[in-house]
Design a binder for this molecule. Structure first.
Ligand SMILES: Cc1cc2nc3c(=O)[nH]c(=O)nc-3n(C[C@H](O)[C@H](O)[C@H](O)COP(=O)(O)OP(=O)(O)OC[C@H]3O[C@@H](n4cnc5c(N)ncnc54)[C@H](O)[C@@H]3O)c2cc1C
Length: 469
């Protein structure tokens, strides 16, 4: 039986909890990681990994369907959904093998299987066992929100928690919600062969209007229907489901409800520890401490941005603050996000609209279409654009990339912004040709040259050039 007195007990073994446990044990702390369900959490089992694996299968179907464009002849693709599901499960297993209890125990982390509930600020109960710890970190994540739609509780539907188990391709799918999860899964199912309708006010509501319009155009081109408006009621209709908005209705064989996620605070008995919470999450201070000073929280349960990379980063900061002297902030403005539709939508820093409202005329915006980026042309990934935003002194503020592989291309800009680099420094770093990133270097070069040749500096430079000539 493992020790029952720890330096740190982490509740929830998802993206945040796993990062936290790995770091804490490296610091030499006695660490326990408690998980009530499957180690890996949403990301491994019902989130990032299965959704990206499904999108890959869907992309292959799309490429087969459009192969004649490249002179390759083939018949229409047929998705064997049971095999697609097996591919998705294999990807999950591949990721999970590095997160299994045996692997974690090997690193020195005690894994406690069961639902944790506080009995005091320094002790919890897990599977009939009392566990004491000097400090706790709560990383219990989030779960699907069900919107108040009449008839929903009586109708058959799935959320992201179940859809990846699907081994039958529905003839038609209705998706309630046009956010990243709804949009990714809508495109995946359409490409696999279902008729898909999204019921939402708009697609990707957090993105700038031109991004939303572009993705809307691509979706329309692929045959995904957007039924604008809010789902007001749902009813069973034979083997299918009918979703009604104020004026219209749509029928589908399968209904996916993708209308957001809310922090998991239930079942923890936070009252017993005196931890304040609401359905919006557990409030924390700058150092990620709850109102009870030895109890920290990080990731989706805090109620901020819901990303694996952010949960991991926050959990790392929480451990750093819990187990090392001094402290670091658990919050930052620099949290990139990517929606893995095709084209992908990647954002770091403010969007153009946010940058203009914050910095006014001090913002310079440069833009290129992917049809002007040679690699994208060769790959037939011409849909999309790169937009780079900088202050007038050249400091890079943010970027929006709508393109194939946008998530990969974004990374250099994340580093550049984090390091306060200027566009001239980006322009001066030779990028390999032909890559998608040359689009960024080209924009940085355009901005640098424009700055150099404007105003007084421009007059001087042109004058000098005249003398040399
Ligand atoms: C379909 C989908 C696609 C996504 N795609 C992406 C993506 O591409 N990129 C990205 O960055 N993010 C993505 N996300 C979001 C990402 O999965 C989450 O932001 C991330 O998993 C949050 O990590 P976490 O540690 O806060 O919570 P989780 O990873 O969810 O872990 C929480 C864990 O706590 C456990 N738990 C809860 N209560 C208790 C208790 N009382 N006792 C013990 N254990 C408990 C849960 O069982 C769970 O395992 C996606 C999410 C979904 C749903």
């Amino acid at each position: 039986m493992p020790d029952s007195n720890y330096d740190l007990v982490i509740i929830g073994a998802g993206s945040g909890g796993l990062t936290a446990a790995g770091f804490a044990v490296q610091l030499g702390a006695r660490v326990a990681l408690v998980e009530k369900s499957r180690i890996g959490g949403d990301c491994t089992w019902t989130g990032c990994v299965p959704s990206k694996a499904l999108l890959k299968a869907a992309k292959v179907a799309h490429e087969v369907r459009t192969a004649c464009h490249y002179g390759i002849m083939s018949g229409p693709p047929v998705a064997d959904m049971a095999k697609v599901r097996d591919y998705v499960l294999a990807a999950i297993q591949q990721v999970y093998q590095f997160e299994s209890p045996e692997e974690l125990e090997r690193k020195g982390i005690d894994v406690l299987q069961g639902s944790a509930r506080f009995i005091s600020p320094r002790s919890i109960e897990v599977a009939d066992r009392i566990v004491h710890s000097k400090k706790f970190l709560i990383t219990t994540g989030a779960r699907a929100v069900l919107p108040p739609i009449a008839g929903l509780s009586e109708a058959p539907f799935v959320t992201y928690e179940k859809i990846f188990e699907n081994d039958r391709l529905p003839d038609s799918l209705v998706v309630i919600g046009g956010g990243p999860i709804g949009s990714e899964l809508a495109q995946a199912y359409k490409r696999l062969g279902s008729q898909v309708t999204i019921v939402a006010d708009r697609l990707l509501p957090k993105e700038d209007q031109d991004v939303r319009e572009l993705i809307g155009r691509v979706f329309e081109g692929e045959g995904i229907r957007l039924l604008k408006g809010r789902a007001k009621s749902v009813r069973k209709d034979g083997d299918g489901i009918v979703v009604s908005t104020d004026g219209e209705e749509v029928r589908g064989d399968l209904l996916l409800v993708a209308s957001g996620r809310k922090p998991t605070v239930e079942g923890l008995d936070l009252e017993a520890a005196g931890v304040t919470y609401s359905e919006k999450g557990i409030p924390v201070d700058e150092q990620l401490r709850t109102n009870v000073k030895n109890i920290y929280a990080a990731g989706d349960v805090v109620g901020g941005q819901q990303f694996t990379h952010f949960a991991g980063w926050q959990a790392f900061q929480a451990v750093r603050n819990a187990l090392l002297p001094a402290s670091s902030s658990g919050f930052t403005d620099l949290v990139p996000r990517v929606t893995f539709t095709d084209p992908e939508v990647a954002q770091v820093g403010p969007t153009e609209k946010q940058a203009r409202s914050k910095f006014g005329n001090d913002v310079k915006v440069c833009y290129t279409k992917m049809s002007q980026v040679d690699r994208a042309v060769c790959e037939n990934d011409r849909e999309g654009f790169i937009r780079l935003m900088a202050k007038s002194d050249g400091t890079i503020l943010g970027a929006t990339i709508v393109a194939a592989r946008a998530g990969e291309t974004l990374s250099e800009l994340i580093v550049a912004i984090k390091q306060n680099l200027k566009v001239s420094q980006l322009a001066g770093a030779i990028h390999a040709y032909p890559t998608y990133s040359t689009g960024i270097q080209q924009l940085a070069a355009d901005m640098t040259i424009e700055k150099l040749l404007s105003g007084t500096s421009g007059k001087i430079v042109r004058g000098l050039s005249k003398i040399i000539r």
